[in-house]
Ligand binder design. Structure first.
Ligand code: T4K
Length: 381
């Protein structure tokens, strides 16, 4: 029997935020201190919107205090009502944003390969109350944007994308945000690019961008005019400053993650029942999560047994997105949440395991995680 792997000395999480040089951040703080503008679209905010075009494309970029509020504001700005078609294989924020607006999320199954909305299942779910399709580029895998666009045109629906994981994703060389009416990005600390908490909406439509800017600031147009029912979802200057310290760190972080993906794929692809993701494309993929899929009919160890066993080695992988949103208490009784309606999503949710995926882990860390997984599979340690 080969040597048992040792547990990691410190907990190894699914992700760790990139942390900027403190001196660089301090220089931004000094600039903020000097001008005493802390929020409401100050200089850091303006500069971050400008710098993000390098990563998000030429669309209009509106910054927000988090991704959820960005999506909330976009739903309002697009005037969505009634029912919206979406995926159950996502984070709670996606359907919650709809429900919070009194809109019914209608769950449609996903494709097995991309794990995004299956366009062949969308039309059957459209009713006279449907106002939009809310696709999720889960793990940064792009939805079938062309098929979704055609369906939306045929039925006169809006298309909103939750691209929380899709920072830097491209389709045929085009930034992902150039598809649909608008795309949300999350800049939460767990995301490749982050502002601790934060987010953005990117749209090609200047009028929509203006409307979002209005709605994220209470609907105020000037000191005496409030033109619409808005909220406060603005990004503040401290968040923007953090982002400015990190925009240039994205590329090297992506390269480090690419190296981890190589280690994981080389070392895990031959384990029985293990499916590793395709090699990421450094130019076109977000490299946000590294999601293994484990087929319990073939693997000697189930996904859940592996997930639990890894904890004993101080490795905290995550089962994003298990359980499905359709199984959450507010949604479980809805007709579209039935298991028969979502066979692929239910299967995928039972297979997925996101491994630690952040540059600071290093190839050695990834090797050690692979040794641990191999030992768990081989020896059931
Ligand atoms: N749509 C989708 C598809 C999303 O995935 C999300 C968010 C949203 C919408 C909403 O966007 P935001 O409003 O959040 O901008 C995390 C994040 O909180 C959430 O942003 C993210 N998706 C979701 C997939 O993951 P948790 O509850 O799993 O996070 P937590 O606290 O367990 O963090 C995971 C690990 O990361 C920790 O074990 C340690 C590490 N970590 C975390 C934080 C916050 C750090 O090392 N440092 C940190 O500061 O939800």
């Amino acid at each position: 029997m080969s040597a048992q792997p040792r547990p990691f000395e410190e907990p190894v999480y699914v992700t760790r935020p990139i942390i900027p040089d403190l001196a660089a951040f301090t220089r931004h703080l000094e600039a903020i201190w000097d001008c005493a503008i802390l929020s409401n679209g100050g200089p850091q905010h303006i500069e971050l919107e400008r710098r993000l075009h390098d990563h998000l494309g030429d669309g209009h970029i509106a910054l927000f205090n988090n991704g959820t509020n960005a999506l909330m504001t976009a739903v309002k700005a697009l005037d969505l009502t009634g029912e919206v078609i979406t995926t159950p294989f996502t984070f709670a924020a996606t359907p919650h944003v709809l429900s919070w607006h009194g809109i019914e999320p209608v769950f449609v199954d996903i494709e097995a390969h991309s794990m995004t909305l299956d366009p062949t299942r969308i039309e059957a779910a459209i009713t006279e109350r449907t106002s939009a399709i809310l696709g999720v580029h889960v793990y940064g895998n792009p939805c079938d944007v062309d098929a979704i666009e055609q369906i939306a045109r045929r039925h006169n629906l809006r298309v909103l994308y939750d691209g929380a994981h899709a920072f830097g994703t491209k389709v045929r060389g085009r930034p992902i945000a150039s598809f649909g009416d608008a795309t949300m990005f999350s800049f939460h600390a767990t995301k490749l690019f982050h502002t601790a908490e934060g987010g953005a909406i990117v749209t090609e439509d200047p009028a929509l961008r203006r409307r979002m800017d209005l709605l994220k600031n209470f609907g105020i147009t000037d000191e005496v005019t409030v033109q619409a029912v808005g909220i406060n979802s603005k990004m503040n200057e401290l968040q923007a400053a953090l982002g400015l310290c990190l925009v240039d760190a994205v590329r090297p972080e992506r390269e480090r993650r690419f190296a981890l993906a190589e280690v994981y794929a080389d070392r895990l692809r031959d384990l029985p029942g293990f499916h590793v993701p395709e090699t990421p494309d450094l130019q076109a993929d977000s490299l946000q999560y590294y999601c293994l899929r484990i087929d319990r009919d073939v693997s000697p160890v189930s996904r859940d047994a592996l997930y639990e066993a890894l904890k004993r080695f101080n490795i905290f992988a995550r089962r994003y997105f298990y359980p499905l949103c359709s199984d959450y208490v507010p949604y479980a009784a809805r007709p579209s949440s039935r298991r028969e309606n979502l066979p692929v999503a239910n299967r995928v949710a039972d297979q997925v395991l996101c491994l630690p995926y952040y540059g600071a882990l290093g190839r050695d860390g990834a090797e050690r995680i692979c040794d641990t997984i191999s030992a768990i599979v081989r020896d059931r340690v």
